[in-house]
Design a binder for this molecule. Structure first.
Ligand code: AMP
Ligand code: MG
Length: 388
């Protein structure tokens, strides 16, 4: 058996970043920026007023000044301000040359074109100097998954489209004579295929383009047909049929189609069997069939592979740390991803950890990660978890 970290290294060796494409800013949210982009201007491009008030050279309490004009947002004052003068100004408007501060309108009494400065002054200058937000040439670095905040910044930098990694196309194949699609009428010995749906949702969240293929039956011809339909995908994920039972034909069929295969027994719970390789132009991952195993392997193995294809660093799924709300027994020789609930009191592992229980996984919002041979843990101990 190999460790989870070793299995990830095998996968990363096969996962190369995809090509770069340019997309308009309106389509860029959640995409991964592939190259640094640089601001095309200063922001603000001129010294700008931060308040409504009067731009003056100096604010002497009690002084009376003559208002010589107005500077509004989008319509600056055409001229300079001298001692004894003021320019009426509004938020976002250019501060005229000569002015050193803005006296807010609340600190002024106005009479025609004369203002008198009050005695109890707000001392802030209320001028945003040119380039306080960013300067021309300032960069947004890559790789970076673009957030709504990033999009606002890029727009402000006058960048109308951005270079991003192409979304990986992922073919999803369930295998098993017992499986039917949700909405179908299952036979007496049948169950509903759930894994492909959960993984489809996860892949979408990760920024991939999942494609659900028909369920493959447990025979060579059916598997060959469905694997053939995966043509053109960047990644082919099969589910089930990946251990050593008589009906576990995925490895055999994929090998017959030319897959260079690495089969791993990974020292983890849930999800021991994992297959990876290269099938034609695509990377292939074979996941275990048990529903919880498939989803946990989705988080632990598929997510880092998708991130790598998107040009993000080759790294395991991020972990956080939190105290246990209840004690845990000792762990065995396999890394254990325990379904758990995190709330204000800490992490509580569910009583039932069987890898077929989707109701338990659905109620979980965290996977406690137990290292190999971790000793018993008391309430209050700090442990690693993966947020779900
Ligand atoms: P296998 O790895 O094919 O032996 O499958 C292990 C277990 O997972 C069996 O109980 C299967 O019925 C179940 N299983 C396999 N694939 C799926 C799937 N796509 N959705 C739900 N259950 C599955
Ligand atoms: Mg099966």
């Amino acid at each position: 058996m190999i460790t989870v970290a070793e299995a990830l290294d095998h996968l990363f060796a096969l996962a190369a970043p995809l090509e770069v494409e340019r997309v308009p800013l309106l389509d860029a949210e959640g995409r991964v920026l592939a190259e640094p982009v640089a601001a095309r201007r200063d922001q603000p491009p001129f010294p700008a007023s931060a308040m409504d008030g009067y731009a003056v050279v100096e604010a002497i309490p009690g002084a009376t000044l003559t208002v010589i004009g107005e500077s509004a947002a989008g319509h600056g004052f055409d001229g300079a301000v001298s001692a004894g003068q003021a320019v009426r100004i509004f938020t976002g408007a250019p501060v005229p040359p000569g002015a050193a501060r803005i006296v807010i309108q609340e600190d002024v009494t106005r009479d025609g074109d004369r203002i008198t400065i009050g005695t109890n002054l707000d001392e802030n200058a209320y001028i945003r100097s040119a380039g306080t937000d960013f300067r021309s040439g300032d960069r947004v670095e890559a790789p970076r998954r673009l957030t709504p905040q990033d999009i606002a910044l890029l727009a402000s930098m006058n960048i109308p489209e951005v270079p991003v990694r192409r979304r990986p196309v992922v073919a999803l194949i369930s295998t098993g004579d017992e499986l039917v699609m949700p909405g179908e009428e299952p036979g007496r010995d049948q169950i509903i295929a759930s894994n492909t749906f959960g993984l489809h949702a996860l892949l979408r969240q990760l920024g991939a383009k999942p494609r659900l293929l028909p369920i493959a039956h447990d025979n060579v011809a059916s598997l060959e047909t469905v694997l053939g339909l995966a043509e053109g995908a960047d990644l082919v994920i099969t589910i089930g049929g990946a251990s050593v039972g008589d009906h576990d034909l995925v490895a055999q069929v994929a090998a017959g189609m030319g897959m260079e295969r690495a089969f791993h027994k990974v020292a983890m719970r849930p999800g021991k069997p994992l297959m990876s390789g290269q099938l034609g132009g695509a990377m292939m991952i074979g996941l275990p069939g048990n529903p919880v195993s498939a989803m946990v392997c989705g988080h632990v193995f598929v997510a880092p592979v998708i991130r790598a294809m998107l040009g993000l660093p080759k790294a395991p799924t991020p972990r956080s740390r939190a105290p246990l709300a209840a004690p845990l027994g000792a762990n065995g020789p396999r890394e254990h991803y325990m379904r758990a609930r995190l709330d204000a009191s800490g992490l509580t592992a569910f009583e039932r950890q069987d890898s077929s229980l989707l109701s338990v996984l659905g109620a979980a919002n965290a996977l406690i990660v137990r290292p190999v041979s971790d000793g018993a843990r008391a309430a209050g101990d700090i442990v690693d978890y993966i947020a779900l």
